[in-house]
Design a protein around this ligand. Structure first.
Ligand SMILES: [Zn+2]
Length: 494
């Protein structure tokens, strides 16, 4: 691709592959694109023409800068000097875009340098070969990570003295994959975020998120009660004020001002009060801090998950009215993505804000990929559906609602599974091997048709089944109808 410097007349040739870089270097008011005959289209932008003609007009000029066409021919013969050109329209209008991407020559085939191999039988030959193979196929972040680790193993197993070049090669590759891993991981994270934003649920989420960003706790509480019959609890403490009062108290006590210190201490106690219904780590939605912001964002996801289900025929509002279900603004447990518990007749659920991080979502994706590569069944059903947040919300709500005394969903499910098995109706993706009987047969079916986590106990079977059947991508008929009906009953779908 040829470009001409307007001032000097020098012509430079740029390989099309270098164009993306070149575009940042050149100033388009200095260079113009040339076609092979050195004729090129430019856009005149006023300038020297005394009559003021030619303003914004497209003209074709030849290699020596003389206008040979365009502008109705009235400028033909004029030689350009110091005429400013518009940057965007350096080439013929509308064609400029295609010109950039059009290859001038056949792209050269990349010649891969031959990797020196460790002679067979020498220490590290297998590791070296494996690492090189992984390098060749590395595209995703997970593959780059595997390649990176494999090169480290190779370098550790090769004699650096005997094969210094090969050792250096593995070290270089290790560094290379480390960089690529970071890069691809970032790109994948961005993609996850963008994909979610574009989805229907993502749009609903953005709307809900913005709504709950500004509301007071009371407004949020009223909204969820009205729309979904869901109770929203609130943490009572005011962390920041409590900390300030504590510092003040310590200072006063040190200075011997005991009377004043006691007064401040009782104020401290007031600000550090906890809601007895919630776990120790609880957030006050009316406080302005990061934790409260995360909780509001999770509420946005609860809203969009529920709204999305309602749009697909689930009656969340009447389902929640069957019991007392409450959202706890708390991470509850650091070890799990979600937690549910029963207290004072209320079924609580909490979602860990770590699920808001793309890095967590990516970890889940990687874990899922690894299990798939190993031929293992899915760990949790969100791996089938690719919706960890929604899936976790429904999973925990299933516990919170299903374990209410008047509902007892897991017990019902246990009976249904037994009945289906007895009648030979427990069929699905993977049939039960003949040698398995009773409990083992049912467990096998759950493992391969729902998830591994679902085999933990019947409560988890119930929650996993609910997360599965309520998912947007769940195809009706994948599981026996009786199990779908079980979920439809709990979540109010007719
Ligand atoms: Zn669970």
């Amino acid at each position: 691709m040829k470009f001409k410097n307007i001032k000097t007349g020098n012509i430079i040739n740029v390989h099309h592959r270098l164009l993306p870089i070149f575009k940042f270097v050149i100033r388009s008011d200095e260079y113009v694109f040339l076609n092979d005959d050195l004729e090129h289209w430019i856009t005149l932008n006023g300038g020297k023409n005394e009559k003021g003609e030619g303003k914004g007009q497209h003209v074709l000029i030849n290699g020596s800068g003389t206008i040979i066409g365009g502008a109705g021919g009235k400028l033909n013969g004029t030689t350009l000097g110091g005429v400013k050109t518009k940057s965007k329209d350096v080439a013929k209008p509308k064609e400029s875009e295609t010109i950039i991407t059009e290859p001038e020559t056949e792209p050269e085939k990349e010649v891969k340098p031959k990797v020196p191999q460790i002679p067979e039988g020498k220490s590290g030959d297998f590791h070296s070969k494996t690492a090189n193979e992984l390098s060749e196929n590395a595209k995703t972040s997970s593959q780059h990570l595997q390649a990176k680790n494999a090169h480290a193993v190779a370098a550790n197993n090769i004699s650096r003295k005997e094969f210094p070049e090969i050792w250096a090669h593995h070290y270089e590759q290790y560094k290379y994959h480390e960089e690529e891993y970071k890069k691809t991981k970032n790109e994948e994270s961005k993609k996850i975020k963008e994909e979610f934003k574009k989805s229907e649920e993502g749009k609903q989420f953005t709307e809900a998120k913005n709504k709950y960003k500004k509301q007071t706790y009371q407004q949020i509480k009223d909204d969820f009660a009205k729309n979904f019959n869901l109770i929203i609890e609130n943490g009572m403490g005011e962390e920041k004020k409590a900390q300030e009062k504590w510092k003040e108290y310590v200072k006063l006590k040190m200075s011997g001002n005991l009377e004043e210190a006691n007064k401040v201490y009782s104020e401290y106690q007031q600000f550090s009060k906890k809601n007895p219904l919630l776990p120790k780590k609880q957030y006050n939605l009316n406080e302005k801090n990061v934790s409260s912001t995360y909780m509001r964002e999770i509420l946005g996801h609860v809203d969009s998950s529920f709204s999305d289900m309602e749009a697909r025929g689930f009656d969340i509002k009447s389902a929640m009215a069957k019991g007392k279900v409450s959202f706890a603004p708390s991470p509850a447990s650091t070890k799990s993505y979600g937690t549910a518990w029963q207290k004072d007749g209320i079924g609580f659920f909490a979602i860990n804000p770590t699920l808001l991080k793309e890095s967590t979502l990516l970890e889940i994706k990687e874990r899922s990929q690894k299990r798939k590569e190993k031929g293992l069944p899915v760990w949790t059903v969100d791996e089938r559906m690719g919706d960890p947040l929604r899936s976790t919300i429904v999973h925990e709500v299933s516990h919170a609602l299903g374990l209410q005394k008047n509902i007892n969903s897991p017990d019902k499910l246990g009976n249904t599974l037994q009945k289906l098995y007895d009648e030979g109706k427990l069929v699905g993706e993977k049939p039960i091997p003949e040698h398995l009987k009773g409990y083992y047969a049912i467990n096998y079916w759950i493992l391969h048709n729902i998830s591994e986590y679902a085999t933990t106990n019947i409560k988890e079977t119930d929650a996993e089944l609910c997360a599965y059947v309520t998912a947007k991508n769940y195809v009706t008929g994948t599981l026996p109808k009786e199990l779908e009906d079980h979920v439809y009953e709990l979540f109010g779908k007719k």
